[in-house]
Design a protein around this ligand. Structure first.
Ligand SMILES: Nc1ncnc2c1ncn2[C@@H]1O[C@H](COP(=O)(O)OP(=O)(O)OP(=O)(O)O)[C@@H](O)[C@H]1O
Length: 344
């Protein structure tokens, strides 16, 4: 179990992490997701023991490993955690096997035991054929596998990942997601994974914490976040494509009258329909783009700064410059106040 209580990290006068609390059970795959600068890496660095919290506590199982009030934190090497960064940070003068062997050597394991474990983890990552190569003789994806093998070799209870796939191309990234989940399950460890990519978060996580400005906007399962977003930020951040948020002032006047001024109504892309001509309850947008998605059509229209996306079975053909009329369902899926709080 990882338990975080009122965790704060202050740099100068700014709180990079601002009073965050949540816990995940053993074996969880927790993803910390949010835009650049929201505090994800600072959170992970505090979990790794690389950063001293300014306030609050981090607990692994029933053991407190960092305490901001008391100003102490257990050394990174003593926390039973493994860490993988975006940059693979392999030792260039050591072979693949040498890199994976190193932490076992440091831990004081005997040679036969080390050899067996190195072979085991290289096999687990599918890179045993590369064991005698040096890092500059293998691809970026292979280097990342070596970094992961090196992390799991000493059997840490907690695996920490900081944007580990962001240097890989799109196809490899998708493959590595599955690989990482397989490794996570095979080790039985609790994983914490930092990314700014909500698709990565939603496909990999058992638990997600959406961070924004150093605070948790919402903590829950991927399904909970999509089905029941707690804030306007979450509503427009998660989902493929994310939900539409329409200011009340942009709604047809008869509908707008039902809602408080300044609020925004959430409509799911799959709840909209598309028409080439105005119909009851429709809003006119400039056609922006249409693309096939899993046998359906995803269509986007704009109205000034407002972008709206519909996913429909079939849509008339539009060209850039055409007006597209999007028909909203009678009631929005959610309503958010001007400050982003959920109203209903
Ligand atoms: N050592 C530091 N000194 C001063 N400010 C820092 C330091 N580290 C982080 N910050 C600030 O704290 C905030 C959170 O940074 P952090 O790196 O945790 O964000 P992030 O969500 O991981 O961003 P990114 O996705 O861009 O890596 C930012 O405003 C950042 O500028």
């Amino acid at each position: 179990m990882i338990r975080i209580d009122n965790l704060v990290k202050t740099f100068g006068s700014a709180n990079a992490v601002d009073d965050i609390s949540f816990s995940v059970p053993e074996g969880a795959f927790l993803v910390l997701v949010g835009p650049s600068g929201c505090g994800k890496s600072t959170m992970l660095r505090m979990l790794a023991g690389l950063e001293q919290p300014s306030g609050g506590q981090v607990q692994f199982g029933d053991k407190v490993v960092s305490d901001g009030q008391k100003g102490w934190t257990i050394d990174p090497a003593q926390r039973d955690t493994g860490l993988v960064f975006q940059s693979y940070a392999l030792w260039p003068h050591m072979t693949v096997a040498g890199n994976v062997d190193w932490p076992l050597k440091v831990a004081g394991l005997g040679k036969p035991e080390r050899q067996a474990r190195v072979t085991e983890v290289l096999k687990m990552l599918g890179i045993e054929a590369l064991s005698a190569r040096y890092p500059n003789e293998i691809s970026g994806g292979q280097q990342q596998r070596v970094a992961i093998a090196r992390m799991i070799a000493p059997r840490p209870s907690i695996l920490l990942f900081d944007e580990p796939l962001s240097n890989l191309d799109a196809k490899l990234r998708v493959e590595m997601r599955t690989e990482l989940l397989r490794v996570h399950r095979a080790t039985g460890a609790t994983s914490v994974y930092v990314t700014h990519d909500q698709v990565e978060a939603m496909t990999m996580a058992s638990h997600v914490a959406v961070l924004n400005h150093g605070k948790v906007e919402q903590f829950g399962t991927p399904e909970e976040l999509v089905q029941n977003p707690a804030t306007a930020f979450v509503a427009t951040f998660v989902g493929t494509p994310p939900a539409n948020l329409v200011p009340i002032s942009a709604l047809p006047p008869a509908r707008a009258a039902e809602f408080p001024p300044g609020a925004s109504a959430m409509y799911r892309p799959e709840d909209l329909s598309v028409s080439a001509t105005p119909v009851e309850g429709s809003l006119a947008f400039d056609f922006a783009e249409a693309s096939p998605v899993a046998g359906r059509t995803m269509l986007t229209g704009t109205q000034g700064a407002l972008r709206i996306t519909a996913v429909v079975d079939a849509a008339p053909r539009f060209a850039v410059g055409d007006k597209v009329h999007l028909v909203l369902p009678a009631a929005p899926a959610a309503l958010f106040a001007e400050n982003g709080e959920r109203l209903s």
